[in-house]
Design a protein around this ligand. Structure first.
Ligand SMILES: [Ca+2]
Ligand SMILES: [Ca+2]
Length: 409
């Protein structure tokens, strides 16, 4: 039978509809059950994680990646890990897979980052997970912070470095402190707490720390005194640390002082071993003098400064010398910082080598106030006019680690 034109049109339309080619035309009849499903586009979020580090192997930090509604399709999203103080390989295992899939019908999936455990004291470290390039969803909360909380108390160092002789010709040991702990020897030392207020707020240098006598800021480990500078809000300041003095307990006039230490480092970190007049017989600072045995600003961690402050005031006249390690920094191992102090002469030494000498003649017409009794100060300052403030690269906590002080006369 010869088909007529109407029959021929129906036949072609049926064929095209069957082949799903011609849906744009209205010629296809829509049967029951062929309505297109509404498109479900879920919103994707990732939650923060804060956990203790762990002491060995790895700890799984499970970040919950979720969608706000189910779909019949997989939802896939890529991620990157970056930023903060945590380092790949050292603090976390860099993930090999950089995408995660929430299977069809599910609303969440765990994104696991393995954290490297150890028993070394650190600050809390952080990193950021960033979601990107979603397929099958949109991004709602697309970044999460991982916080690796410190769970250790042991400061990492070895005893390596220079060792001072235990005797010198023409000297006898007047006193020493080996810092065997467990507490500060109060027959030698006192704490000087606070921020200097109200008399000299910021200790005259706009320093940022508040000194405390808490065990968080001063403690002992294997025969070493450790002063720890910590970032924390305390008494209106942003950092805490410690400062100890021998004032009224161990006055020194002349002799040799050896101090063996590992110094902290980083922008805004300012450790010092120094001496102030025990009785200020010539009047207030700077008239009775100040002897800075060691000062290091943490952005120059290989350079020690030795300084005398004196003069009629109100500001100080000063003579300042410095010396730098030829390699490495004072943070890498122990060094011995010394003062060789005689009538009308002061010398500074590192590891037994004199790097500077100042005599009474160098002060010219100024009063020479250094033939009197002085007391010793150890402190670890944060910020201030000289070092400036810590920056994003300054790691906390920082530690001033002192093995001993020996005073020979
Ligand atoms: Ca640990
Ligand atoms: Ca010691």
């Amino acid at each position: 039978m010869q088909p007529n034109k109407a029959n021929m049109y129906q036949l072609i339309t049926l064929l095209l509809c069957t082949l799903s080619i011609n849906h744009a035309s209205s010629g296809c009849s829509k049967g029951k059950g062929s309505e297109p499903e509404p498109v479900v586009v879920p919103a994707i979020s990732i939650e923060d994680v804060t956990l203790f580090e762990g002491n060995a192997a790895t700890t799984a930090f499970e970040f919950n990646v979720s969608i706000d509604k189910k779909t019949t399709k997989d939802v896939t999203v890529n991620y990157t890990i970056s930023g903060g103080t945590a380092k790949a390989g050292e603090d976390y295992v860099a993930p090999t897979t950089q995408s995660i899939t929430i299977p069809a019908g599910s609303t969440q999936q765990k994104l696991v980052i393995q954290i490297v455990g150890d028993d070394i004291k650190e600050g809390d470290d952080s990193f950021t997970l960033q979601l990107q390039s979603p397929v099958g969803g949109t991004l709602q909360k697309q970044s999460a912070s991982g916080t690796i909380r410190n769970d250790d108390t042991r400061v990492a160092y070895t005893n390596a470095g220079y060792e001072a002789p235990t005797a010198y010709p023409n000297y006898t040991l007047a006193w020493k402190d080996d810092f065997d702990g467990p507490a500060l020897n109060t027959t030698i030392w006192s704490h000087q707490n606070g921020d200097g207020c109200p008399n000299v707020c910021g200790w005259g240098n706009n320093e940022l720390e508040y000194y405390t006598d808490r065990a968080e800021n001063l403690y002992f480990q294997n025969g070493k005194l450790i002063i720890e500078a910590r970032p924390e809000s305390f008494q209106g300041k942003g950092y805490t640390s410690s400062k100890i003095i021998t004032q009224g307990k161990k006055p020194i006039k002349f002799g040799r002082i050896d101090i063996r230490a590992i110094l902290p480092k980083g922008k805004g970190i300012w450790p010092a071993f120094w001496l102030m007049p025990d009785k200020s017989v010539f009047g207030g600072w700077p008239k009775s003098g100040e002897i800075d045995l060691m000062e290091v600003v943490g952005h120059e961690p290989a350079k020690t400064h030795g300084t005398l402050h004196f003069g009629p005031g109100p500001g100080s006249t000063q003579i300042s010398r410095n010396w730098s390690l030829p390699a490495k920094t004072f943070n890498d191992e122990f060094h011995v910082f010394s003062l060789e102090w005689k009538q009308d002469q002061i010398q500074w030494l590192v590891d037994g080598q004199v790097f500077s000498t100042v005599t009474k003649a160098d002060l010219g017409a100024n009063n020479y106030p250094f033939n009197e009794e002085f007391f010793v100060i150890f402190n670890l300052a944060v910020g201030g006019n000289w070092p400036g403030s810590p920056d994003a690269n300054t790691y906390f906590p920082q530690w001033l680690i002192v093995d001993y002080i020996r005073v020979y006369q």
